[in-house]
Design a protein around this ligand. Structure first.
Ligand SMILES: NC(=O)c1ccc[n+]([C@@H]2O[C@H](COP(=O)([O-])OP(=O)(O)OC[C@H]3O[C@@H](n4cnc5c(N)ncnc54)[C@H](OP(=O)(O)O)[C@@H]3O)[C@@H](O)[C@H]2O)c1
Length: 293
């Protein structure tokens, strides 16, 4: 089965494409230069020309802070772009798997967020992604939307790579400790998405919204400490000997983030029989891969 994949040079898509191939699919990747999902005519033309059995949409405007200034662009990609793909898929009877974010929540929950929990995005990025989820569901009944959190991978710009760089340049770092969530390795999410594609290919109709992250909970501070510990244990050279926990208010950024965005993964585990690795184990595996690459 052909699977059209958008945003092919992004960190999630670049892990997904080889996994789809390994699972027996024929991935048809489109980079942002090859297909701008905010261009409705181009999306309909590409979908018609490709004739996919499935579409997976990891493409997104992901510059969370810049989105506060570039609201129109964020909505054009994350809301209208998602709608374009879902509608084009529906027009040729094709299901769509779409990726969304924990930033649809305001972080005031005392417990992990289930799919039924009320949304209240704090940022333009979160609001644009929420509009995208709703647009996908409205445009194509045959949809799976997977919300994820704190994504990092070997191929992208992300927190892990930033911390490794800073820790190799500086003797101390200051990292926020009053935001909790779950780091998620893009390779684990990609494997989950490939599994969902397999389920759809085999005739299941698991339409709806799901939450996926790695297991466990961490603050950005905990995450940074773990990155440095794991990197040091692999013999990576770090200058940094101290990480200081700081408050969000001490590190002002344009977009507000939820203080707590842990996702409840019961539904995805039950529906697809998913076994999810703990974030610390996946971080260790990713760093070994990064060191070897
Ligand atoms: N990163 C995170 O921490 C995180 C957390 C939760 C959820 N998510 C979601 O997970 C998904 C994958 O994220 P990621 O980390 O892999 O993001 P990423 O590395 O930024 O990749 C996104 C890709 O989308 C492409 N893109 C942007 N605008 C486009 C357009 N108009 N048409 C087609 N492609 C376009 C980008 O291309 P250019 O680089 O050329 O613009 C990029 O290759 C996204 O839906 C994101 O919202 C991410």
């Amino acid at each position: 089965m052909k699977v059209l994949v958008t945003g092919a040079k992004g960190q999630l898509a670049s892990d997904l494409v080889p996994l789809l191939e390994a699972a027996g699919f024929t991935p048809v990747p489109f980079s942002s230069a090859e297909l701008d999902i905010s261009d409705r005519a181009a999306v309909f033309e590409a979908v018609k020309r490709t004739g996919p059995g499935l579409i997976v949409n990891p493409a997104a405007y992901t510059k969370v802070d810049l989105a506060e200034k570039e609201k129109e662009r964020a909505y054009a990609v994350n809301a209208e772009g998602a709608e374009n793909l879902a509608a084009a898929a529906a027009a040729c009877g094709c299901p769509i798997v779409h990726v969304s974010t924990d930033f649809v929540f305001d972080g005031r929950s005392p417990a992990p967020y289930s799919e039924e929990a009320g949304t209240n995005p704090l940022s333009v990025y979160g609001a644009s992604k929420l509009s995208g989820e709703k647009a996908v569901a409205a445009a194509n009944e045959a949809h799976v939307v997977v919300r994820t959190s704190w994504l990092y991978g070997t191929n992208g710009h992300n927190f892990v790579k930033t911390i490794l760089r800073l820790a190799s340049e500086r003797e101390s770092l200051r990292v926020v400790y009053d935001q909790a969530g779950t780091p998620t390795w893009s390779a684990d999410l990609a494997a989950m998405l490939a599994g969902i594609c397999k389920a759809i290919e085999s005739g299941q109709k698991p339409w709806g919204l799901y939450h996926y992250s790695n297991e466990g909970v961490a603050s950005w501070y905990d995450f940074a400490v773990a990155i440095c510990e794991e990197a040091a244990s692999l013999g990576m050279e770090l200058k940094c000997g101290q990480i200081e926990p700081i408050l969000t208010s001490e590190y002002p950024v344009p977009a507000a983030r939820p203080a707590y965005s842990v996702l409840n993964k019961a539904k995805i585990k039950k529906t697809f029989g998913a076994s999810i690795p703990h974030w610390r184990r996946s971080l260790s595996t990713m760093l070994k891969e990064l060191k070897g690459s």
